[in-house]
Structures are given as C-alpha cells and as structure tokens.
Ligand binder design. Structure first.
Ligand code: PEP
Ligand code: MG
Length: 579
C-alpha cells in the first residue's frame, strides 16, 4: 500500500483501477529536408492543421452541450489559433527557408509563442501557455500520425493517472467512466481542476511523480476531499473509504435539495447568499446554484478578455448581458480593479516596483480619467436594464471616495445631456478592503449606501502578506485576530449608521468561517457560485445564538491557531461532512 499527498482540487472519494496515460512528450529531431520535399511537408502541415481545426470544432460543440459556453470558449481560442494564417505562414517560411520538417518547423514557431506567454506574470495569460501545449500536441499528433489513448472513449470505469491532462482532454472527461484523477502537476486553478470540480470528479493534483509509482490496473483510492491517493489499499482501508464515499454522496444529494430552500438559521434569521462572478456568462450558473443576486461582479475581467482597452460599447454589452440575466435580482458592479495580480498585457505600460502597493484599481482609474469615464458610462448605461448597484474598490481615504463619486456625477450629467437612460438612483457603495478604510469606517459609512468587505485584500494589507506569493502563503490567514478585529470595527460602524454590509472575499465561501461571520453580524455573503449550497447547509444547521457565542469567544483569542482549531471543532459539531 502506498499513500501520497497532493493538492485536493475536487472533493469526494473514488475507488477503482488505474489507467496510466503516457506522458506524450514528442521529441522532434532537427532534420533538414531537400528542396523536393518542401511541398510534401507543407501539405502535411496543412492536413494536420485542417484535421486539428475540425477536432477542435467538434470538441467545442460537445463541450458547449455538456459544460456550457464559457468552458467551451477555451476552444474558440484553440480554433482561432490554429486557423491563424500568420501561424501557418511562419511555419511555411521555416520549411521553405530553413528546410525544416513540418514537425520541427511547427514546434519552433509554437515554442517561440510559448516563451512570450511564459514571460508574463498575469495568471490568466500564463494559463494560455497550457493551451499552447495542448494545441502543439494536437497538431504534432497529426503531423506525426500518432494517437494517444482517447480518454473520451473508455469502455470501463477507471481512475486516470497522468502527468497532466490537456484542456481538451479535460473537457472530454466522461463522468460515468472516469471515477477520479491523480495528476503529477497543477494547482487549484488549472483547467483540469476547474473542470473536474464542475463535473464532480474526485481529483488530486501536484502528486509529483505518481505516474512512475503506479501501474495500469492497480487499485487506487482517490480522496479528493483531503488530497490523498492510496495505491493497492488493504481491504479494511477500502471498506472505510467506501463508507466515506457513501456519506459524501448523501451529503451532495442533500446539498442539491437545498437549492430552493431559504438560507435561514434554525432560529429563523434570514441570510442572503449571493455570487461573485467574473464574466456575464456565469450569471445563469449562479442562479442555478441558488444565488439571490450578484454580490460582486469583477468588471476587470472584461478588460482582461480583450487584448486592448475594450470600447464603451464592448463593455456596455458585457455588463448589460449580466444585468439582464439576473432579472430583477440585484447585481453589484465593482469598478475595474486592475493591477497587482490582475495586470492585462496592453495596460501594463508602467512597471510598479511593488504592484500590490502601486498604481492599481481605483488609483489606476484616477490616473486615466478618459478610460475611467468610458468605463463608468458603460456601467451606468447597463444599470438602466435592471437592479444594478455600483461600488468602488481599494479605497484608503475619504478623498478618493469623494473624487470617484464626483467623477461618477460628471458622467451622469453627460448621459443626461445625451438623453441616454441609466438608473438614476443607483446605490453607490465601496469595498472595505484596506485597514485604513476599516479603521475609519465611521467616516466612510456616512457617505455610501452600502459596503462590501473584501477580506482577500483586507487580509493581505493587514498582515503584509502578498496574497499571490506562494512563499508566504502560510502567513496568509483571514482568521488572524487582527483581521477579525477590523471586521468587527466595520460591522460596528455600519450597524450604528444602519448601512447594509456584505462580505465578498473568499472567506465568505469557506464553511469554517460561516458561524463566526454570522456571529459578527454579517447577513449577506457573496461567494463563488459552487460554494453556495455548502454555506447554505451550514446556515441552516446553526442558530444565531450559537454563532454569537462563537464570535465572542473567537474575538478573545490572540493566536490564529486557536481561532482555526476552535472554528473547526464548532463546524464539526454541526456539519462534519464539510471538513
Ligand atoms: C477582496 O479583496 O476580498 C475581493 C473580493 O476582491 P478581489 O479578490 O477581486 O481583490
Ligand atoms: Mg480586492
């Protein structure tokens, strides 16, 4: 029996035989051809590009049906890339001028592109490198006439063990036949992880060299909840995991049943659960998960999706689509929050030495008023189509809030003059995500209609820990007593001035914090859509009385560890399945 620990990316338990996939690394030797072979090599290239394009179109259609348009959009990028005449021209040039084989020439061109993508720090663009690997393998497979085991066409249920799974393999995963995944590389946000979660396939990644340790046919247990893989387990271990598997399945079907039930504590305190979304296409899935509104729409993703600044119309269309798909449910637009870990290539003209403390977010908008006004125009125009609210991020002092509101007022006047409709009484709020704002909450709450606590940044700035830096991730804890005291301070100020507060950091979607946050006075939570059912389950399993006792006790602790252990114990008492 071998036990390995990796990163848990998709919960649940799977037990079954392993299917180990080859690593599929093509070694393409540099080989020169003579002039007579040039036309044949170009034809081989064209045939491979055609066949690849066709495969991608089929994959895209299949993925749209099974996983929705957003996931299928990965293939729009693949399709456009393969069809790009500039790509073909660059490869043909190498075949003609350098007399490379089609395979070698194609590899050279794509490697060049990969290097370009790899040199950026933006995680969104970095993820595209993996798409390029996928495209590279697909086209080379055709050029070389090779096939890898097609995991879209399995006949037996198996657990896939692989170095990695390409995005196209990930979307072809068959929920019925693929019981689980054990992968050498990757992390929480890789395509494989996202899709495995969406399909509910228990998966563990970052297992380093699991492909070397396992042979095909060996029995594996995947504990996707705790990130553990066990090979050749003893019978009693299998039995234990079978019981765990049953419990987990019952828990999941119970969560599904909660969709139409209110998020209400046992002593009848009603809580509102909303979703955080990045793109308009996610709005229907949010409603499907039971979201009562959108508590945070990260508008900067519309900027990230374009390779240049999106025009007013492009922004307006994206925002309008989101508002419309929510009907009369509320949707909170946060003005664009670019910079720090979300830097789009075209806008990254100036380099900050320390981007997290640099020209990001609202500061960035204030530097480029034309861009900001265009953005606000698009947002306001979309607000006329439904129940939209607007908030500003990254505020540290009153003057910033006042200036932002002033600019918004100017934009409203412009729209009035042009007789363009918008929501005139749109509620204006702010994010509380810097310690400076939290400590001055009393002053801020007098000038806004609502606030939303962004614990991701609040934690980063309070603890002086870069939230995107893996090397200090062990120091990043939203349950640090200093962060919790700031949350308490915000809640006190909001209560005193009767200003509604919500919380939209990751903390809102983590069940371990739910009782504490309820006890601190929060009644509105906004989180990734997938987290809603579990949080609802916790809300429905506790009482407000209990939560208040928990919060009072936690606020007396002065060490993070104490907080975490205590919260874990308190959650275990009511919903042990979430741990
Ligand atoms: C936050 O900072 O908590 C937040 C919700 O905003 P973002 O994660 O987009 O910075
Ligand atoms: Mg933030």
């Amino acid at each position: 029996m071998i036990t390995k620990q990796g990163i848990n990316v998709s919960p649940g338990v799977a037990i079954g035989p392993a299917l180990v996939l080859d690593t599929e690394e093509y070694r393409i030797p540099r080989r020169e051809i003579d002039a007579t072979q040039v036309p044949t090599q170009i034809r081989t290239l064209d045939d491979a590009l055609d066949a690849s394009r066709q495969e991608v179109t089929e994959l895209q259609l299949g993925a749209t049906r099974r996983l929705g348009e957003k996931t299928a959009a990965i293939f729009a990028f693949h399709g456009e890339f393969i069809a790009d005449q500039k790509l073909r021209a660059a490869v043909v040039k190498l075949i003609e001028e350098k007399r490379y084989t089609a395979a070698y020439a194609f590899e050279q061109v794509i490697r060049q592109q990969q290097r370009q993508f790899q040199s950026v720090t933006d995680p969104y663009l970095k993820e595209r490198v993996r798409d390029l690997f996928d495209i590279q393998k697909r086209v080379l497979r055709h050029v070389l006439g090779r096939v890898r085991e097609d995991i879209g066409k399995l006949t037996e249920p198996v657990i896939i063990v692989a170095h990695d799974i390409s995005p196209s393999e990930a979307v072809s995963l068959d929920r019925e036949r693929i019981l689980g995944l054990a992968i050498n590389v990757g992390g929480q946000t890789s395509h494989t992880a996202i899709i495995a979660r969406m399909l509910g396939i228990p998966s563990v990644v970052a297992l380093e060299n699991i492909t070397d340790d396992i042979s095909g046919g060996e029995t594996l247990i995947i504990d996707g909840t705790h990130g553990i893989v066990i090979a050749n387990p003893e019978p009693e271990v299998i039995q234990r995991y079978r019981a765990q598997q049953r419990e987990y399945r019952e828990f999941i079907s119970e969560l599904r049943g909660l969709r139409d039930l209110p998020a209400e504590t046992l002593d009848h305190t009603r809580v509102t659960l909303c979703a955080n979304i990045e793109l308009s296409e996610e709005a229907p899935a949010a409603i499907e998960a039971g979201a009562e509104g959108i508590g945070l729409y990260r508008t900067e993703f519309v900027f990230l999706a374009h390779k240049r600044l999106p025009t007013e119309e492009e922004q307006y269309e994206a925002f309008r689509a989101a508002v419309r798909s929510m009907g009369d449910r509320p949707i909170v637009f946060r003005t664009m929050d670019l910079g720090a870990d979300k830097i789009p290539g075209p806008l990254d003209s100036e380099h900050d030495h320390n981007p997290v403390l640099g020209l990001r977010s609202l500061r960035y908008c204030m530097r480029d008023l034309n861009m900001f006004k265009t953005h606000l125009r698009a947002l306001l125009r979309a607000s006329g189509e439904g129940n939209a609210l607007l908030m500003f991020p990254m505020i540290t002092q009153l003057l910033e809030l006042r200036q932002a509101k002033h600019i918004l007022g100017d934009v409203m006047e412009d729209l009035d003059e042009e007789e363009l409709p918008y929501r005139h009484d749109i509620p204006i709020g702010m994010m509380m995500e810097t310690p400076a704002a939290a400590m001055m909450a009393d002053a801020f709450v007098k000038e806004v209609s609502f606030i939303s606590i962004g614990t991701n940044d609040l934690t980063q700035y309070t603890l002086a820990v870069d939230r995107a830096n893996e090397r200090v991730s062990h120091l990043y804890s939203p349950h640090n007593p200093a962060v919790l005291k700031l949350v308490r301070e915000i809640m006190r100020a909001a209560r005193q001035h009767d200003v509604p507060v919500s919380i939209c950091g990751e903390m809102a979607g983590a069940p371990i914090y739910t009782q504490l946050l309820l006890g601190l006075g929060l009644r509105e939570f906004s989180m990734a859509p997938k987290d809603i059912p579990e949080i609802k389950k916790v809300v429905r399993s506790t009482t407000l009385r209990r939560c208040k006792t928990i919060a009072n006790k936690v606020l007396r602790f002065d060490a993070e560890r104490q907080v975490l252990n205590y919260l874990r114990d308190e959650l275990r008492k009511i919903v042990p399945e979430t741990l």
